[in-house]
Design a protein around this ligand. Structure first.
Ligand SMILES: Cc1cc2nc3c(=O)[nH]c(=O)nc-3n(C[C@H](O)[C@H](O)[C@H](O)COP(=O)(O)OP(=O)(O)OC[C@H]3O[C@@H](n4cnc5c(N)ncnc54)[C@H](O)[C@@H]3O)c2cc1C
Length: 407
């Protein structure tokens, strides 16, 4: 009864996506999630996700995209980025690369709900929730997971999708390289005088970037990176003072801020696991990496991890190879670790470059932005990368014609 091909610890968006991918491929999966299943009380999420085209394809391939987009999903067709320290600016438009949009802004609760619905339709996927894993025992040919109050589960592979603090990663003895940005991501939902124009806006300020992301109901979700003490001050302000400070920081691009709710701050930290695998175990999502939110890539990278790991495991099973063995899992680690590191380093470079107020650097980056804006092909490549349309993508994130061409 409690024997599975794969056990996933953590039923966040990344863990649930991995379970859907493995379950859809015919594997038996247990998902262990500590939190009570969320009841939709209608309270909006303060933090929303910019979901790339690659992630949308993964959700489409798993049969959950229609359920997500029916609930939420605001397509954005343009992106405007500019520097507070000069006249440099760049404008991305989906029409320039023949795409209908650049991505979607979605509240996580809707993604979670659609994934849970899909899991319930998969006969071989079992959700243990609320349930905590207590310990694991790794043997030569299987892994046993002991749950608090819910018995034991066995499988050939255990997956840590249990978030940035990942108790399972710690139990496996996998170290992380970490850097505290000493910044917080202040998020809130805000109403602006003028409509958002289906555009994602980002202004680079010396303390960090400020993004206005369009939502389906016409509001915007903001992510304002600030030195931690300043973020705390913003949290403590009354509504009127906060609206005034935010409007000014955004140069009133969409007019005055007329309303806001759900103001919260998240400490920002980069973290990267030194290994993604050990015998009979693999890390995915924030358990493997956390990244600066300035390009909204965190969960998108996690979804690519989930799709890549599912592909490696199902390929191994089809060839009757042991999918929990290091020899098989190494393909997953090689595939994802380098790509994630590249994206993390690029975000750090942006954060450092735009946070610098020294005149020569400010001048150079403004020139760089303007040159990039004028350079059609280079800009298109950058756009396609940010949308997740380039690179070594797992089959679930590719369009079906591409998959059959390379099969
Ligand atoms: C301000 C901010 C803005 C962001 N914006 C974006 C964005 O626009 N786009 C984007 O792609 N990303 C964004 N991110 C990143 C994104 O939030 C994360 O990458 C994403 O939530 C990671 O998902 P996950 O499923 O890996 O982990 P989590 O969402 O942390 O899920 C882990 C799950 O594991 C469970 N768990 C933990 N311990 C146990 C245990 N012992 N037993 C059982 N279950 C356990 C938890 O309850 C939880 O449900 C942003 C982050 C921040 C801070």
């Amino acid at each position: 009864m409690n024997q599975f091909d794969v056990i996933i610890i953590g039923g966040g968006i990344v863990g649930l996506t991995a379970a859907c991918a493995l379950g859809t491929a015919g594997l038996s999966v247990a998902v262990v999630e500590a939190r009570e299943p969320a009841v939709d009380t209608g309270v909006r999420d303060a933090r929303v996700y910019a979901v790339t085209r690659a992630s949308e394809r993964i959700f489409t391939a798993l049969g959950v995209w229609d359920a997500i987009s029916a609930r939420d999903a605001c397509a954005f067709r343009e992106m405007r980025v500019w520097d507070a320290g000069g006249s440099g600016a760049i404008h991305f438009d989906c029409a320039d690369i023949g795409e209908p949009f650049l991505g979607h802004i979605i509240e996580p609760r809707f993604i979670q709900a659609a994934l849970l619905e899909r899991l319930q339709a998969l006969a071989d996927v079992q959700l243990f929730c609320p349930a905590h894993y207590r310990d694991i025992e790794i043997r030569e040919d299987h892994v046993t997971v002991m749950l608090k109050d819910a018995g034991t589960l066995t499988a050939g592979l255990v997956v840590a999708a249990d978030g940035a603090r990942s108790p399972l990663r710690e139990r496996l003895g996998i170290q992380v390289r970490a850097h505290d940005y000493k910044q917080s991501g202040l998020v809130a939902l805000v109403k602006t005088e003028q409509g958002h124009q289906e555009t994602a806006w980002q202004r680079f300020l010396p303390g960090g970037p400020l993004a206005f992301l369009p939502m389906r109901d016409g509001w915007c979700s903001i992510v304002w990176t600030l030195p931690t003490a300043e973020a705390d001050q913003m949290l403590a302000l009354g509504s009127e003072a906060f609206h005034a400070a935010l409007g000014e920081a955004f140069e009133y691009r969409l007019g005055r801020i007329t309303d806001s709710e759900q103001r919260k701050a998240f400490p920002l930290r980069r973290q990267h696991a030194t290994r993604y695998i050990s015998e009979r175990a693999a890390l995915i999502g924030d358990a493997a990496h956390t990244i600066h939110p300035l390009a909204g890539q965190g969960v998108n990278l996690g979804l690519l991890d989930a799709a890549a790991l599912a592909e490696v495991v199902t390929d191994a099973q089809a060839r009757t190879r042991d999918s929990g063995s290091i020899a098989v899992l190494r393909r997953y680690e090689r595939w994802r670790r380098g790509d994630n590191l590249l994206m993390m380093s690029a975000m750090d470079a942006f954060n450092l470059l735009f946070g610098n107020t020294r005149p020569p650097l400010r001048w150079a980056r403004n020139l760089g932005l303007s040159l990039m804006d004028a350079a059609g092909p280079a800009k298109d490549v950058l756009m396609r990368h940010a949308m997740g349309l380039e690179g070594d993508l797992p089959a679930l994130a590719r369009i079906p014609e591409e998959v059959s061409r390379t099969a």
